[in-house]
Design a protein around this ligand. Structure first.
Ligand code: NAD
Ligand code: UDP
Length: 316
């Protein structure tokens, strides 16, 4: 049995990862500052002998004996990472620096939750890991994009200088139960709006694309990457690509096809297209997503229905 530290463990992805680790019989320490995480995401484990909870901010150092560090702490939704962009940059840079320092001291392996945002507004489609990206270093998304880029740099320099074992996952848009109602990302926004009977907000003309991965597939990919021999960076995501308008239509069809769409201004630097090339993950880990958008939307909608306490067939 290994001791796992999950930073950002009370958040969306972190809490699903903790469920998988706990179900596998591992010992888990969840570390979070609760900026976008919630105790209710991990409350089933509170009091369990193999589970510990630490309120801590990764921008401060911490000393703790662990074998594996899953470094997920960082707000992921544009509205949250833009709320205090300097803090976001600090979390990515100093937070990753602190966690790599810890990994070096205790000989732990560290997995960084990086992002498709390192490719910026990509000129190559789909995006392979070899693509170096097209990131605006001074725009409103830069605190996150450049933060993750320096976090990746730190991982590889700690590996070269200090032989720290690192794993770098470039995660593409992932969705599922436990996203916040006010998370601001497109899947949760559309579902919450549709369940409330409100118009769905399309930013720009809705022709921009994203590729949506269901959370269970993503967690499976993270587990394989951490357990395997490949450092990465490795794309993890579902290559099925949809325009934002297509996503809105799928959500409307399932909840209330009569709902209108309204266009809102496209935020600056919003990437036009995004689709992972997952050839590396397929070959190296034998991993590929198994849950289609159609399949994943069902449990996601149900979870928001429960959160909003709406009757099951309210809008059908
Ligand atoms: P989330 O906002 O639900 O989770 C982030 C967690 O980190 C929260 O619990 C938050 O409270 C915590 N946190 C933030 N700053 C912290 C700090 N300074 N110290 C300690 N804890 C802190 O987001 P998520 O979707 O679960 O994303 C988790 C990780 O995966 C992030 O690093 C994100 O960049 C990365 N990622 C996610 C996606 C996605 O589609 N979900 C895509 C690419 C990358
Ligand atoms: N988007 C939208 N309506 C919303 C929220 C987002 O049209 O209510 C768009 C957003 O402009 C972007 C895409 O959906 O083009 C994905 O946005 P999200 O914030 O989910 O993720 P990211 O842009 O970081 O990939």
């Amino acid at each position: 049995m290994r001791i796992h530290l999950v930073t950002g463990g009370a958040g969306f992805l972190g809490s699903h990862l903790i469920d998988r680790l706990m179900d596998a019989g591992e010992e888990v320490i969840c570390l979070d500052n609760y900026f976008t995480g919630r105790k209710c995401n991990i409350d089933r484990w509170i009091g369990h002998p193999r589970f510990e909870l630490i309120r801590h901010d990764v921008t401060e150092p911490i000393k703790i004996e662990v074998d594996r560090i899953w470094h997920l702490a960082c707000p992921a939704s544009p509205i949250h990472y833009q709320f205090n962009p300097v803090k976001t940059a600090k979390t990515s840079f100093i937070g990753t620096y602190n966690m790599l320092g810890l990994a070096r001291r205790v000989g732990a392996r560290l997995l960084l939750a990086s992002t498709s945002e390192v490719y910026g507004d990509p000129e190559i489609h789909p995006q392979p890991e070899s693509y170096r990206g097209s990131v605006n270093p001074i725009g409103i998304r830069s605190c996150y994009d450049e933060g993750k880029r320096i976090a990746e740099t730190l991982c590889f320099d700690y590996q070269r200088m200090n032989a720290v074992e690192v794993r770098v996952a470039r995660i593409f848009n992932t969705y599922g139960p436990r996203m916040l109602i006010d998370d601001g990302r497109v899947v949760s926004n559309f579902i919450v709006q549709a369940l409330r009977g409100e118009p769905l907000t399309i930013y720009g003309d809705g022709s921009q694309s994203r590729s949506f991965c269901y959370v269970s597939d993503l967690v499976d990919g993270l587990m394989r990457l951490m357990g395997g021999e490949h450092t990465g960076p490795m794309n993890l995501g579902n290559p099925d690509e949809f325009t934002i308008r297509e996503l809105a239509d799928q959500v409307r069809q399932r909840i209330n096809p009569a709902l209108p769409l309204i266009e809102k201004p496209l935020p600056s630097d919003d990437p036009r297209q995004r689709q992972p090339d997952i050839g590396f993950a397929k070959g190296a880990l034998g991993w590929e997503p198994t849950v289609s958008l159609e399949q994943g939307l069902g449990p996601t909608i149900d979870s928001f229905r429960n959160l909003l306490a709406l009757p099951g067939d309210a809008a059908a």
